[in-house]
Design a binder for this molecule. Structure first.
Ligand code: COA
Ligand code: MG
Length: 298
């Protein structure tokens, strides 16, 4: 499960309302790693049925090239996921997203529905990937059980807007009000070998603000960021792709480490700073993300 979950490094994940065929069609032209067709909060209550039909049809008929195709479900308590999966599984999306995940039962319920859909369609067990959104206080408290709920789970998505609402916190540009949760999500993801995707940046005309927020996310260990507008994905892709300088430095560090190990030194000086095993692990991760090594296993 661990190595498999890292084999598709997603940098940008773009949400679009499931009832907008136009936006879904356009998604296939954007520079984006993952397309998220939303059936949840991006769709008005009186458009839920229409959205299911549009997403089902889009998955069956549109080509998305190399882009991963995900469907965001409504929460299991709405009673909607069974019909949502029925309406969309024929189009073989790559996976589904559980919003507002609060405990393992939220994931297990969807897991069972996906098991049944796979059997009906003659697909292998686990063919549909699963992602959980952590965007409530209870979800943050139960991160461990959510992260371990099912081997189908590939990633955690942090949702700051819903969380702030749930906590009665005021959203600010610096995002300190959600820092504990933002950090907890990426820590849980690392502990259970999942990918972690950062919150959306709602001011889609502010590219500089998006870049700053994306850099903080990357520093925290996030592997990618969710987006709401196509003008955000090039910025996010750039931040989450290792730069030429980073790759070069990582390659030199790995080479120096191997040389020093052979000479019997575990810790040594590299470009004026102490280097030992944790820096090697970090350098290998940079190379894996850059696609310069064969395996992305940690
Ligand atoms: N996915 C795909 N295409 C999108 C898009 C998205 N998320 N957001 C905008 N576009 C398209 C528009 O259709 C438009 O296409 P056109 O030039 O052919 O008309 C183009 O990109 C430029 O869009 P723009 O006019 O700047 O924005 P808008 O007013 O059409 O839409 C939003 C603004 C916020 C409503 C829109 O970006 C959106 O729907 N975002 C996703 C919302 C969502 O899913 N929320 C739930 C998860 S948080
Ligand atoms: Mg939400």
């Amino acid at each position: 499960m661990a190595a498999q979950s890292l084999q598709f490094p997603r940098r940008s994940l773009l949400f679009m309302p499931g009832d907008s065929l136009k936006k879904i069609q356009k998604a296939a032209t954007w520079e984006v790693d993952t397309v998220i067709m939303d059936l949840e909060d991006g769709v008005a209550q009186n458009r839920k049925e229409a959205a299911r039909a549009v997403v089902g049809e889009a998955l069956l008929t549109l080509g998305f090239g190399p882009r991963e195709r995900l469907v965001r479900l409504n929460h299991i308590s709405t009673g909607l996921p069974p019909v949502e999966i029925d309406a969309t599984c024929m189009g073989r999306p790559d996976g589904y997203i559980v919003p507002k995940a609060e405990d393992e039962s939220d994931l297990r319920a969807v897991d069972r529905l996906l098991d049944a859909a796979e059997k009906r369609l003659g697909l292998r067990d686990g063919a549909f990937r699963l992602f959980a959104m952590i965007e409530t206080a209870l979800g943050v408290m139960n991160l461990k059980e959510i992260a371990r709920a099912t081997p189908r789970l590939e990633g955690l998505i942090f949702g700051a807007e819903d969380l702030a609402g749930d906590m009665g916190a005021a959203r600010t540009r610096d995002a300190w009000e959600v820092f504990y949760a933002r950090s907890a999500v990426v820590t849980a993801a690392a502990a259970y070998k999942l990918q972690a995707f950062d919150m959306v940046f709602t001011d889609f005309n502010d590219a500089a603000g998006l870049e700053t927020e994306s850099r903080v996310a990357r520093q925290l260990g996030y592997t990618g960021k969710t987006c709401i507008h196509p003008n955000q994905t090039p910025v996010v892709n750039a931040v989450f792709s290792p730069s030429v300088e980073e790759v070069d430095r990582a390659q030199r560090l790995v080479a120096a480490f191997e040389e020093q190990q052979a000479a019997g030194a575990g810790a040594f000086t590299f470009e004026g700073k102490m280097v030992d095993m944790p820096m090697l692990v970090a350098a290998r991760k940079v190379l894996a993300r850059a696609g310069t090594t064969e395996s992305l296993s940690p």
